[in-house]
Design a protein around this ligand. Structure first.
Ligand code: NAD
Length: 359
């Protein structure tokens, strides 16, 4: 239950500023302020990403408590934001806690989400929702049965530039989409519980499914394990869609340089989203023209155009959206059902990788 003027961080804070999407205005700041009570939210897991989640929840006046099994991580975050440091069970037993934001290791997500929903909490969980589709399905059903919001952290869907890109694709600005490719490379955090497909690719899959609005009929994956046997460090996923559109995702956490780029090949224009560029150059649309009337196709090149998009921190936007959904009962953009679509692709890609490796 939500209460006006409830506790956050042990002191009473005004709870009337949850952000809300502005319909039909995706080119500008996507979320505006409205009046709703703010869910008192506990951050579960205060590691690399959980600290960022806690920082943003605190900035949104929503951070109620933190939990972590590491005493050092717990003390750090609890002290930094002056909120109680709890165990996960204490959070679940706390009647003043409305919601949890789970940033624990991926292998624990399924269990943490189930326990939180069963305790009546609204749930934001970092990607992936779970490590198996059947488990994801049971979580979606549980959230529905309990009447609780379940949102998954596909953070790039709240990136103002990605919102503009999806809008450009859906509005026909790019013509009919023929192919999409996405590359996410870096010398990133190397994990041992999940591979680079499960760690990096949920973002790309979520964007591609949003761009195309279709479910792939073909998913194939191939992967290379270099550091730990059986844990992919480098992988490619190929997707085929009913409309004939194809997509390719390449991910690696063993790359000397950072690359975060999505390219859309449309019949009218090509779009490049490069998240390593300065804000004003992150999205570039090329109105190249390809004339096929002669035997040899001719190309007229155009200079790129960068639409104006108001800058905002994607994680802040994402958590604002979660709080808004809890306050209003709206389904999140990346709800459990959206996450099941992503999970399906991850699972099929993983199966394909295993089959090629002879497992
Ligand atoms: N959206 C993104 O771009 C993004 C980026 C990085 C990580 N993530 C996600 O965030 C999650 C955490 O990743 P990370 O890089 O912060 O990992 P991490 O290992 O740095 O942090 C995980 C934290 O969870 C704690 N923990 C472990 N078991 C726990 C339990 N039972 N209860 C409470 N806390 C527990 C650990 O002590 C640790 O502090 C993962 O799901 C990952 O996929 C998302």
């Amino acid at each position: 239950m939500l209460h006006e003027g409830g506790k956050a961080g042990g002191s009473r804070l005004p709870r009337s500023t949850v952000a809300e999407p502005v319909d039909g205005d995706t080119q500008t700041f996507p979320f505006a302020v409205t009046a709703h009570p703010i869910a008192r939210t506990a951050c579960i897991g205060c590691g690399y990403w959980g600290k960022k989640v806690a920082r943003n929840l605190a900035a949104l006046n929503a951070l109620h408590a933190v939990a972590d099994t590491s005493p050092a991580a717990l003390a750090d975050t609890s002290n930094e934001y002056a909120v109680p440091g709890h165990t996960f069970q204490q959070v679940l037993d706390d009647p003043d806690c409305d919601a949890v934001a789970i940033a624990s290791p991926a292998s624990l997500h399924g269990d943490h989400v189930r326990r939180a929903l069963s305790a009546g909490k609204h749930v934001f969980v970092e990607k992936p929702l779970a490590l198996q589709v059947f488990e994801g399905r049971s979580l979606v059903k549980l959230a529905r049965d309990r009447g609780r919001i379940l949102m998954v952290g596909h953070v790039l869907r709240y990136h103002p530039i990605v919102i503009a890109l999806v809008e450009a694709a859906r509005s026909g600005r790019l013509g009919s989409i023929k192919h999409v490719y996405s590359r996410r490379f870096g010398l990133g955090k190397i994990r041992t519980e999940e591979d680079v497909i499960w760690s990096f690719a949920p973002h790309d899959i979520s964007i591609i499914l949003a761009l195309l609005g279709e479910t792939p009929t073909y998913v194939s994956g191939e992967a290379t394990s270099i550091l730990n046997p059986g844990i992919a460090d480098i992988a490619n996923i190929h997707l085929g869609f009913p409309s004939g559109v194809t997509a390719r995702i390449s991910v690696s956490w063993l790359n000397p340089t950072k690359e975060q780029r999505t390219v859309i090949i449309g019949s009218k224009a090509h779009a490049v989203f490069d998240d390593t560029q300065p804000w004003e150059k992150k999205l570039q649309i090329y109105d190249h023209r390809i004339d096929l009337s002669d035997a040899a196709p001719s190309i007229s090149r155009a200079d790129p155009v960068s639409p104006t998009v108001v800058q905002a921190e994607p994680l802040r936007e994402e958590l604002s959206h979660f709080l808004n959904c809890v306050a209003t009962g709206r389904q999140p953009v990346t709800d459990g059902v959206e996450a099941l679509g992503v999970l399906n692709v991850l699972e099929q890609a993983a199966k394909s990788v295993r089959a090629k490796a002879g497992h």
